[in-house]
Design a binder for this molecule. Structure first.
Ligand code: GLU
Ligand code: ZN
Length: 299
């Protein structure tokens, strides 16, 4: 075992689809190839979106696809940790309360979810009203970081991101806060996930740095499109659930998509030899970049 720790973090809001298989495969192989550990994390803090039973379904699907993991974390069991970090950020004056509704933002010409910092200096007391809490991001400048797949990145504060929410007005902790803390607390060394989350990295690294923690490395793999599969694939577009009967074929498809060139002899093989080949031969540098670059990448 090395110190490498990877993770796959599905939201238990439905069944896994091909896009999820690609994210699971990339993070799994990257950890296993280096002799590291691989954790599963259920991103289940956004309780209104959670679908009862889908965590069990996700675990069953991953097992049927031949994944072997070293632990499962539920964000819903980490409220105390999130609360503590939020209090620390608050004590250091990094947060402020915001009372703006979507309608008010729209009327001001600030397009949801982009926030115009209206409440930043209003000094709203949070004691007895349900308010959202936002993080004071730097008023100018940019965050530079290097993605292990997409290369050098620059996220401009207030242009590519805004004073994002840390706790929603319904009391639910925001994904950025939970994810930033979990990745550090569970010793994740490499966060491998889809390029749809590229713009999440600067906010998450900012939270980690404000709490005095060092950030893991990040790598964002490209997203599979309908044109490549011939089918709708995202959860939002009702992607078909992964079909366990076709597991070997789908894993080969995920490997090819990730630039790994599995040999054609594997097409006749069951899952086990496919995974053996993939773990031995995984190369992060063979994963193609997202094209065209997602908006947050342009600078
Ligand atoms: N739960 C998030 C999602 O399914 C992924 C979070 C992450 O990988 O950071 O989109
Ligand atoms: Zn506001």
């Amino acid at each position: 075992m090395t110190g490498v720790v990877g993770r796959f973090a599905p939201s238990p809001t439905g069944a896994l689809h091909l896009g999820s298989l690609i994210a699971a495969t990339a993070s799994y192989l990257n950890a296993k190839q280096q002799g590291g550990r691989w954790l599963l994390r259920m991103d289940d803090i956004d309780t209104p979106r959670v679908v009862t039973g889908s965590d069990a379904l996700i675990l069953k699907t991953l097992a049927d696809f031949g994944f072997e993991w070293d632990g499962v974390i539920y964000q819903s069991q980490r409220h105390e940790v999130y609360r503590h970090a939020l209090a620390q950020l608050q004590a250091r004056d990094h947060l402020y309360a915001c009372l703006c509704t979507r309608k008010q933002l729209k009327d001001r010409g600030s397009h949801f979810p982009f926030y115009d910092r209206h409440c930043r200096d209003r000094n709203i007391k949070t004691a007895d009203i349900h308010t959202a809490l936002r993080l004071k991001t730097p008023l100018e400048g940019a965050w530079q970081w290097r993605d292990l797949i997409q290369g050098e990145q620059q996220t401009r504060w207030q242009i590519d991101t805004d004073d994002f929410i840390i706790q929603r007005s319904d009391g639910i902790f925001a994904y950025h806060l939970a994810c930033a803390l979990d990745d550090v607390d569970f010793g994740i060394t490499e966060v491998i996930r889809g390029a749809d989350l590229l713009a999440s990295t600067a906010p998450q690294q900012l939270i980690q740095s404000l709490l005095g923690k060092s950030s893991p490395n990040y790598a964002h793999h490209p997203l599979i499109t309908d044109a490549q599969t011939g089918i709708k694939f995202s959860k939002a577009s009702h992607a078909p659930a992964l079909d366990t009967k076709n597991a070997a074929r789908l894993v080969l498809q995920a490997l090819s998509f990730l630039g790994q060139c599995p040999p054609t002899r594997l097409e006749k093989e069951p899952l086990m030899p496919i995974w053996q080949w993939a773990i031995t031969n995984w190369q992060l540098k063979a994963v193609p970049k997202q094209t065209p670059a997602p908006r947050a990448l342009l600078f």
